[in-house]
Design a protein around this ligand. Structure first.
Ligand code: NAP
Length: 243
């Protein structure tokens, strides 16, 4: 029997696991397996996709899961919906644990995706992308732009107007400013991932670069908390498990 399934892939999932391990709860963390070297986890883990909602339902049945905390990334598009469907079908309590977005600056522009973000940029604009590896092919729609793509792990082929930089975050303000000035960046495009590391956005302001924030994808309705302590309280009060 599994008291709790945690869908992970985030710092919050790891921090939550650190608390749950002390609660005498039988729990397992599921990871997608996209990171080559995942961070150490205090709880047992399983890795890899389940095969859509049907596969997830079958896995949850097989492992007699009693509750689920979905701590996937705010930009995970599919998993929150799969989890919602599976929990509804099995009648299992589910909580979404997702960090709040960035405190917004009135000067920032918001866009629904990368294509929307780059469409109105001035000709030959120099753009820093910290949005990860997905959707980068849309850069070929604007061959006049010069894009700097920062990722944690190596990425494959990029459009000709893009240059990749391997960066291990977080960079401090001095490092962020040095990057923006060296590459003469005029626009910074970032996801509204939230969390404490706003440094690149502060640095953009200091060098006079425009900031464009990609909005989060729509989330399934249901109970949502922003902190690991609130998730622990939910386990105790709503699910009724945990010391
Ligand atoms: P996604 O669109 O929601 O997921 C794509 C597929 O990956 C899902 O349908 C599922 O496959 C599998 N998957 C996702 N999370 C999983 C988990 N925790 N355990 C097992 N399988 C999982 O999410 P994504 O954007 O591809 O992100 C993949 C993982 O990286 C997530 O765990 C997310 O938290 C983490 N992450 C994402 C971002 C981002 O910007 N998107 C950033 C940092 C970390 P099946 O349908 O086969 O089950």
């Amino acid at each position: 029997m599994t008291d709790l399934l945690i869908l992970g892939g985030t710092t919050e999932a790891r921090q939550f696991a650190d608390l749950v391990v002390r609660m005498e709860v039988t729990a397992i963390v599921s990871l997608a397996g996209v990171t080559a070297v995942p961070a150490d986890m205090a709880l047992p883990t399983r890795t890899g996709g389940f095969g859509g909602p049907e596969g997830l339902i079958a896995w949850m049945r097989e492992n007699t899961v009693k509750s689920v905390v979905d701590a996937t990334h705010p930009f995970a598009e599919r998993m929150p919906w799969n989890v919602a469907q599976a929990c509804e079908e099995l009648g299992i309590p589910r909580l979404r644990l997702v960090r709040p977005g960035f405190r917004k600056d009135p000067d920032w522009r918001q866009a629904v995706n990368l294509e929307d973000a780059i469409a109105p940029l001035p000709t030959e604009n120099r753009v820093l992308l910290t949005t990860g590896r997905s959707d980068l092919e849309v850069l070929s729609l604007r061959p006049d732009l010069k894009a700097f793509v920062r990722t944690i792990e190596p990425i494959g082929d990029l459009p000709e107007n893009a240059e990749a930089f391997l960066i291990q975050p977080p960079l401090d303000l001095t490092e962020e400013l040095a990057f923006l000035r060296t590459q003469r960046v005029q626009t910074v495009i970032a996801k509204d991932s939230g969390g404490p590391t706003r440094t690149k956005l502060e640095a953009a302001k200091l060098v006079g670069a425009e900031v464009i924030l990609i909005k989060r994808p729509e989330q399934p309705p249901g109970p949502t908390v922003e902190t690991v302590d609130q998730a622990v309280a939910w386990l105790r009060q709503v699910v009724g498990i945990g010391k």
